[in-house]
Design a protein around this ligand. Structure first.
Ligand code: CAA
Length: 391
């Protein structure tokens, strides 16, 4: 049992730097993002200006070292900043998490110096948007069932053909980390990662998906039709793509757990304020035990999710294995966010169901955290495999 693997002390304090980035994120979240969150949700308009501002303040590449245009901070700082942005608007935090975890993280870990300079810098400073292309119309959880093919040519380049779906930031991204089959006979070991330029011939974007929540984070299908990738655009080694994807998703799950905590915290804060103000049967509804029990359970689930997420982030920062702990954090936090927003809506009654208040948006936004970057079922599979060693 590794409750706190190789950890002989629990430290609950944050460093000055961690609190500083949390403060920067909170200020931007409250002053710039929260006031326009309803507009972005209603129109689905991509919040480009706000994303640029987040980039200028180091929030699009929090763990990216200074020399590649990032903030050079640790995974705990990433958690704290993500929570603040997500509490203001889920969609902004989705764009932020893909740029930070799924795009920059994989290139920092597996990319060459030239790749870091070209791809990471532009995304970390917010001047461009990055995306991650793993899922296909017929393969989501079963990621190795991908059909997108990259065929090596005599000159060492690859010709890519196929479709990827549900690509977050797909309609606006300049660069993509793409996973394609280079050797279908080898299954997971036949997948290779590529760095793709969305402005090059052979790359097409489909229509933007209409979604239940996180509506301002544009999502679309992308298609490759004879796209040519040069040898220098392979990320890591040929055949190493699936492991790169899994490692990147481990880190991504810390980001989605943080997003879920932010959404849940916003719902809890709104509920506490409403329960103190709204009266029924001659007293504030917060004085009724049925409301109090819900509020107490909301707080417990939120704290548990936060501590588990900080544990996973701490392990990552220490360079230790954190796959199972990231899955535990994501599973706990996403289910907490769904439960909390559900109860928040119930306590708000008709007002919770109305678009006059943000509660119904929190409820819609929370749902995606149980689906993307590995469904709750996949998190349980990862956790159970780690516990039992069976597969
Ligand atoms: N880190 C490194 N390597 C890993 C790994 C990890 N976390 N997990 C597995 N691997 C390695 C294994 O060791 C194995 O290597 P060998 O071939 O050397 O033995 C290889 O990868 C294959 O592993 P499995 O046999 O375990 O693979 P599997 O087919 O059983 O699948 C899975 C495992 C956990 C179900 C995986 O497919 C998975 O996580 N699926 C979910 C995919 C997912 O999260 N998709 C989200 C899409 S992205 C998204 O949502 C982005 C967005 O836009 C927001």
């Amino acid at each position: 049992m590794h409750f706190l693997p190789e950890c002989d002390a629990v430290e609950f304090g944050f460093s000055e730097e961690q609190l500083m980035i949390q403060d920067i994120a909170r200020r931007i979240a409250q002053e710039r993002i929260a006031p326009s969150a309803e507009h972005h949700d209603r129109t689905g308009e991509f919040p480009l200006e706000n994303i640029r501002l987040l980039g200028e303040n180091g929030l699009m590449g929090i763990e990216v070292p200074d020399e590649y245009g990032g903030a050079g901070m640790d995974p705990i700082s990433y958690v704290l900043a993500m929570i603040e942005i997500a509490a203001a608007d889920g969609a902004h935090s989705t764009i932020m998490s893909v740029n930070n975890s799924l795009f920059c993280n994989g290139i920092l870990t597996h990319g060459s110096e030239a790749q870091k300079q070209t791809y990471v810098r532009a995304i970390a400073d917010g001047s461009q948007i990055g995306a991650f292309a793993l899922t296909e119309p017929q393969s989501g959880s079963d990621a190795t069932a991908m059909k997108c093919r990259a065929v090596r040519q005599d000159d060492g380049s690859f010709v890519i053909t196929g479709k990827k779906s549900w690509i977050t930031s797909g309609p606006v991204a300049k660069y993509f980390v793409l996973f394609a089959m280079t050797d279908p006979d080898k299954g997971a070991r036949g997948i290779t990662a590529f760095l793709i330029d969305g402005e090059r011939a052979g790359f097409h974007r489909g229509k933007t998906e209409p979604k239940l929540g996180i509506r301002a984070s544009a999502t679309c299908e992308i298609e490759f039709d004879g796209y040519v990738a040069q040898p220098g655009e392979v990320l890591g080694e040929e055949g190493q793509g699936f492991k790169i994807a899994m490692g990147v998703l481990d880190a991504g799950r810390i980001g989605i757990a943080s997003q879920a905590i932010g959404i849940g915290r916003a719902a809890l804060d709104a509920t506490v304020a409403y329960a103190k103000e709204r009266k029924a049967f001659g007293q504030p509804i917060g004085a009724f035990q049925m409301t109090q029990a819900k509020i107490a359970d909301m707080r417990c689930k939120l704290d548990a999710a936060l501590l588990l997420t900080l544990r996973a982030a701490w392990l990552k920062g220490q360079g230790k294995r954190f796959s199972a702990e990231a899955a535990i954090a994501k599973l706990t936090a996403s289910e907490a966010a769904m439960w909390i927003t559900h109860q928040a809506l119930q306590i708000h009654g008709g007002m919770g169901y109305s678009k006059e208040m943000p509660i119904e948006r929190y409820f819609r936004d929370a749902k995606i955290t149980e689906i993307y970057e590995g469904t709750s079922e996949i998190q349980r599979l990862v956790i159970a495999r780690s516990e039992t060693g069976l597969r």
